[in-house]
Write a protein that binds this ligand. Sequence first.
Ligand code: C2O
Length: 498
Amino acid sequence: MAFAAALLLCALPAGSRPVSPDLNHCVDGGFTFKCCPRRSAKKIINFTPPPPYSPFRVRRPAHSLDPAAAANYSKAVAAMRALPPGHPWNFFQQSNVHCAYCSGGHRQTGANISLEFSLALTRILDHQIHGSWLFFPWHRAYLYFYERILGKLAGDPTFALPFWNWDHPAGMSIPAIYRRNSSSLYNPTRNPKALKFIDIGGCEPDASARPSLEKQRQCNLRVMHRQFAAASNSTELFLGLPYRAGGESFPGGGVLENVPHSPVHINTGSDMSRIRTAARDPLFFAHHANVDRLWAIWESIAGNGSSKAFKDPDFLNASFVFWDENMQRVRIRVRDCIDTRKQLNYHYEDVQIPWLNMTTEIERVVAGDRLRSRASASAVLGFSAVTVQVGRTAGAEGEKLVVGGIQFDRRERVWFDVYVGRAGGEALRATVRTAAGCFVNMEGGGAAGEGSAVSTELRLGITEFVEAIGAAGDDSLAVTLVPKIGGDRVTIGNIWIE
Ligand code: C2O
């Protein structure tokens, strides 16, 4: 294995630092959770794509899956659950794969040994697949192998995972096939509210209001539109920030990793809400199929035929290892999973995307919050909202709002909303504003102990929002942060526009 890794590295240009997991040293996080995979001496082979004429898989919406396909799926998962506990295909072993890659189980290998890196080795660097540009490709590869294992168990080479179509009004609740408690697709820890409605990003009515399902669904669609608007024209905003070998984990996830990804986890219920246990709920795979589908949609929007993903070799050569459907250990690189049709032989059924062409809604703030200077916001966020005045260049294009130096403990849940508003001239009052996005951290992530403290960033594309509030010509904006969960557990370093 060390030899294979060395070979892989030799082939890379000097100075490159793609991150990869050190499978020989998985660390369990104490007594409360153990998710390191069983050690295996089996040789790791390099991924080869399925031959172009081998069976193609079409992933369909879970809420409208035909009964035969649903029965096939639940039988395959039942077979997975019935495997011996140590079998790499066993349901819990499979869910532990996610846990080990998210809880500091795996450490990093994979950097060229430079002075800089040898120094870095004195720190413990976990291999973390959330909060960076690894988020989308890692989950794509994970589902790819999981799906093929299920296909093998079902004896169906065209077996495809269903996706949870929570971005369409017909899919905004836990799909029926996951609900029967006699089914292998059931998980007893779910939130009963999600049987009626899944809130994907802050669409829960306040306790006093009568929830109107129709209104809540519209709210979800607006959240989808807003998040895509904040991410659409930039690879970094969509996929997340660079993460290289020798670097600290969790530099900053993409806009959609925050929302809708994390709220869907949190609002589905207990297992799903904690990153370590999330993949113990079969809904995880339908949820992530939809997240993966959003990546494919992003690629297809205004695409000129070539991929919009990073061309950086540290992105493309980052690699992960999974058990495949032939009981082999396979190393797959990010470059192997950019295009689902051409490289991985699956795609998503085309369904209507009702949020795509919506417009941004603005909100009038009657007695606007008093603005503070930027410096005074770089303290504890606290429980109350804070509004700061942030300078910008009037008429700038492709503007990004950056909330930097966000510090918290990844074991805890944190959520704050971000608004951009007009600074409102001399009165220093926000008059008109719009929601621009949210920072959301699920709980139960990070390595044990020290490794769970992170400092990260939230970046939001604000062009559409600045136009909507009519501030394109202004030289400052009023940026409001509203803590929703764990406001006393998070501090902010700085806020700026670039
Ligand atoms: Cu790896 Cu949805 O989390």
